[in-house]
Ligand binder design. Structure first.
Ligand code: SF4
Ligand code: SF4
Length: 338
């Protein structure tokens, strides 16, 4: 292991990443349960105890957040119904621009679960499956097509007045409740899709992330702007190919000098597994300054918490909906169509 980088013990970037990932997953579960209890209070017309609504659940509303972003840019006001959705969306965009697509590998709970499930299957079966190259490449384009669809639908086609209309509709008000129902009471169709994707993710590493996630596609494209990149120093590299072998994004790291790929999520698995001192590091593209793994971990956590903190301090975190609004909306959430 690459001891010269202080990669021993808990300062190993892969350990710090696992800590961040599983920590955030635990927080998401906690928020999900709290939100479930909050919703149940209204669904039972006050028969069950009341809980405070955790705004963090709005992180699961990225499409609405895109509408909210355009509304903010075009109309100049921040949506008060689900402001945390926009705050979290902007935080994740900032993460991508500054620290590559670190959201996917350091925070996203879907990525954490799918990678964990794949690792367990991989251990059990003792072998790795990869899609054929001829299928892998066009399939990787699918997530960009999905992204293009949402960008055209919302950023290009949606007129200014429609943005305000959407954001003040009952549908948007209960979008979080409907998202909860998607997980707690899925329809037969969503259950089938979730099952197929889960099975595929057990066999093929990060199937959803690699081929279908439009959020990851957006963050990957923005990550091209990031000044931080994994860089290989030819003179120190012993050409062992371990970096390439362990890369979850299947990037040929040992053939690159600078990893610029949109697929690189700055997971630092390659850096942590490189046996040659000073051969592989995360560095600034210009100036070539090195950032140790623990420094990167600190940076991503600071941006993440800083974005949320800025949203809270500027008053764009709690929803403007009142208890009366929830009493009128939540019990009938499934009736509000698209
Ligand atoms: S190149 Fe390195 S940091 Fe990027 S995805 Fe592959 S293993 Fe992770
Ligand atoms: S960068 Fe490190 S892991 Fe990759 S080929 Fe060179 S020595 Fe091996």
């Amino acid at each position: 292991m690459n001891d010269h980088h202080n990669h021993s013990g808990w300062l190993k970037p892969t350990r710090l990443r696992a800590l961040t990932q599983w920590g955030l997953l635990a927080i998401c579960l906690y928020l999900g349960i709290r939100f479930g209890l909050f919703v149940r209070h209204f669904e039972t017309f006050g028969q069950t105890p009341a809980y405070a609504r955790p705004p963090g659940v709005e992180g699961f509303l990225p499409i609405g957040a895109l509408v909210s972003l355009k509304h903010w840019l075009v109309n100049g006001t921040i949506d008060p119904v689900h402001p945390a959705a926009l705050v979290l969306f902007l935080t994740f965009l900032a993460l991508a621009v500054l620290t590559k697509n670190s959201f996917c590998s350091w925070f996203c709970p879907v990525g954490t679960l799918s990678d964990g499930a794949w690792k367990a299957t991989n251990k059990l079966l003792g072998r790795t499956f990869r899609l054929w190259k001829w299928l892998d490449l066009p399939l990787r384009g699918a997530k960009y097509l999905l992204l293009l669809f949402f960008v055209k639908l919302i950023l290009v086609d949606m007129p200014a007045f429609a943005l305000g209309e959407f954001l003040s509709s009952p549908y948007w008000a209960v979008a979080d409740v409907r998202m909860l129902h998607f997980f707690t009471a899925p329809s037969a169709l969503s259950l089938t899709i979730i099952t197929i994707l889960t099975l595929l993710s057990l066999i093929y590493r990060n199937f959803w992330c690699r081929y279908l996630c439009p959020y990851g596609a957006l963050l990957g494209l923005l990550s091209l702007l990031s000044p931080l990149k994994v860089q290989r120093q030819q003179q120190h590299c012993i050409d062992c190919g371990r970096c390439t072998a362990v890369c979850p994004a299947q990037i040929e790291v040992h053939r690159k000098q600078i990893v610029r790929s949109v697929e690189c999520t700055a997971c630092l698995t390659c850096v942590a597994n490189c046996p040659a001192p000073d051969a592989l590091d995360l560095r600034l593209s210009y100036g070539r300054q090195l950032l140790p793994g623990w420094g990167f971990a600190l940076l991503v956590v600071l941006i993440f918490t800083g974005g949320i903190g800025a949203g809270m301090l500027s008053g764009h975190w709690q929803s403007s909906l009142t208890t009366q609004d929830y009493q009128q909306l939540i019990p009938f959430a499934s009736r509000f169509g698209h």
